[in-house]
Design a binder for this molecule. Sequence first.
Ligand SMILES: Cc1cc2nc3c(=O)[nH]c(=O)nc-3n(C[C@H](O)[C@H](O)[C@H](O)COP(=O)(O)O)c2cc1C
Length: 267
Amino acid sequence: MRPRPPVSRTLPNEWFDALALRISSRRYDGAAVASPLLDRLEQTCNRLTVPGGSARAVLIREAPPEVFTGLIGSYGRVTDAPSLVAFVGPEDAAYEIGYVGESVILDATVAGLDTCWIAASFDAERTSRLVELAKHEKVHAITALGHATKTVGTSERLMRASLRARHRLPLDTIAPDHGQWPEWAREAATALRIAPSGANKQPWRLHMDGDALALVAASKTYWTAPIDFGIAMLHAELGAAHAGIRGSWTADSDNEVARFIPGATTR
Ligand SMILES: Cc1cc2nc3c(=O)[nH]c(=O)nc-3n(C[C@H](O)[C@H](O)[C@H](O)COP(=O)(O)O)c2cc1C
């Protein structure tokens, strides 16, 4: 079943500033996150659950360490993260999961917390026992939550190197005609470009179609692409909002993931 585009929500300005600060951290100091910070994040999780939206975020204040499995053996394992947030929804909610999940991650970044999107190296079965799942729901992904250690360990360094985690495709590759675009669309593409994606595959391409910004899939995509697209939509929306343009996402044709229509917003 084709995922539906996310329902647009309020976008705090600070989330835009957090875009460039967020990185994935896999090694934490084990110290509990202060309760007021967790309370704030829980409020964000609750606020993101909207009528018509199909994804939700559930804060788990005390994360059982066994939830964080490695990729191969202990390689890539997240260690000593005190908390986590589970991203939950129906099977066809992947875009919403990306959009809502990245909202939580940016809000945590604003609060000075470290995070890591995890769709592969976690125990979904164990996590689903920590949240009350409705019959049609599953845990799509989680984020670790806490304070990263000051120094990066060898395993984390190897992981980042193998993923080329700081590398992003040039704007000319993901948005070939961006030079001729209106400012809001160039800002959207620039904000989208730095988004995280599963295995850093960056499965997105952008083009303008009339006044709309169309998001399409790259020719080769990784299995996390549907979640990655939701993350991309939030980043693009934050970039456009930074340039003063609000809008919303619609599904147009089977050839594209979704399109952003500027001005078409109820916010
Ligand atoms: C949907 C999604 C799933 C991910 N799953 C994992 C995972 O299972 N394990 C992991 O260590 N990192 C995971 N990551 C983190 C990516 O590897 C990371 O975002 C990417 O390499 C870019 O690095 P950065 O986040 O530091 O910018 C995931 C990221 C996304 C967006």
